[in-house]
Design a protein around this ligand. Structure first.
Ligand SMILES: Cc1ncc(COP(=O)(O)O)c(C=O)c1O
Length: 338
């Protein structure tokens, strides 16, 4: 029975000017399931696709390795090349029927054209395109599944979305939320309009991320709503323009090759042998660059190149919150620090 009266819940406008993020990601017309984070979406998939092996790139975040929890799968790692593409010479010789392979679109860029061609020849493998860093990687869809983790790209508090491009999906999560902890850090920062309480919301977010685990909770309605009402076109345009500015001014430090597939960047990754120092100098000027990733689940002995990436890559922000003046400030700070 419909409840009538009582206090107002959060009331959010229900319109979008252009094409929404949800539409761009196929959430209005493609089969998908959603969870509270990306690793839980992957975990749910692994539970219904009981292959022997999940292949992860050696350069990836720790939390992806949690995705095998409660399954019989074994994780194996594959190397990536200098341009952050999967090393197919290696992988090709190793894959067994019904293995699952996860391919990351690093920093938003489509992994590699050879991946798409090879995937077509191996329908016995489940291919997962990880778009946690990719609003829109450009190019055609090629994988069996696409995985999103929207809080890395947009102002949403949670979410992990698994879209199917043809193969079966896990069933929808029926759990529902009984607390609002997931919104606390994002809300604290939102309300702190002059950004004076950084220590408070930064700590809240760190604790939130650290406590995050594989679970069966669905993505919040709030995140779904924001995805449905956020204009993807505007975000893409701002990100591309900012990235272009950094590419022109910091070309000598850029990690990604110039040839692109029209992707929407997550940030502008640069290479520095003194990454930690540089990050500290930027932070002292109020510029917070991300470290991808502080710890890798793969072995440093077996994958020294991946660990070198993790040691040297620093990701400069170039997202929709910023304009070209902000980019100029970043460039000046980087040049001043080097
Ligand atoms: C590339 C990539 N994929 C997947 C994940 C897992 O996403 P989540 O933190 O939402 O579980 C991460 C986490 O950092 C990631 O960096």
């Amino acid at each position: 029975m419909k409840k009538i009266g009582g206090f107002f819940a959060l009331d959010l406008p229900d319109q979008v000017a252009g094409r929404s993020v949800a539409a761009l990601w196929g959430l209005s017309d493609r089969p998908h399931v959603s969870y509270s984070n990306g690793r839980s979406g992957l975990n749910a998939l692994l539970k219904i696709r009981p292959g022997k092996c999940l292949w992860l790139p050696a350069y990836c975040c720790d939390s992806l390795a949690q995705a095998i929890e409660g399954t019989e799968l074994q994780i194996r790692y594959y190397p990536i090349t200098k341009t952050l593409a999967p090393d197919f010479e290696y992988l090709r010789g190793q894959l067994q029927a019904s293995d699952l392979v996860l391919v990351i679109n690093y920093f938003g860029r489509q992994a590699d054209l050879t991946v798409r061609a090879y995937a077509k020849t191996r329908p016995d493998i489940d291919w997962i395109e990880d778009r946690s860093q990719a609003l829109d990687p450009g190019g055609e869809d090629w994988a069996d599944y696409v995985l999103y983790s929207p809080r890395k790209l947009l102002g949403v508090p949670d979410g992990g979305i698994l879209v199917s491009l043809g193969k079966p999906l896990p069933s929808r999560s029926l759990a529902h939320r009984t607390n609002a902890d997931f919104i606390q850090a994002a809300l604290l920062r939102y309300e702190d309009i002059h950004e004076q309480d950084n220590a408070v919301w930064h700590l809240a977010n760190r604790n939130y991320e650290a406590a995050m685990a594989v679970n069966t909770k669905p993505m919040s309605r709030l995140t779904r709503h924001i995805l449905r009402t956020t204009d993807a076109g505007w975000i893409a345009e701002r990100r591309r323009a900012n990235y272009q500015y950094l590419l022109e001014t910091l070309a000598d430090l850029a990690v990604l090759p110039r040839d692109d597939f029209g992707f929407v960047p997550m940030g502008f990754p640069i290479l520095s042998k003194a990454r930690q120092d540089l990050a500290a100098q930027l932070a002292a000027q109020g510029i917070f660059a991300a470290h991808h990733w502080p710890s890798l689940p793969s072995s440093a002995r077996d994958f020294p190149e991946a660990h070198q990436f993790a040691e040297r890559i620093l990701t400069l922000p170039c997202d929709q919150r910023y304009d070209q003046d902000d980019m100029a400030q970043i460039v000046a700070a980087v040049r001043g620090a080097l």
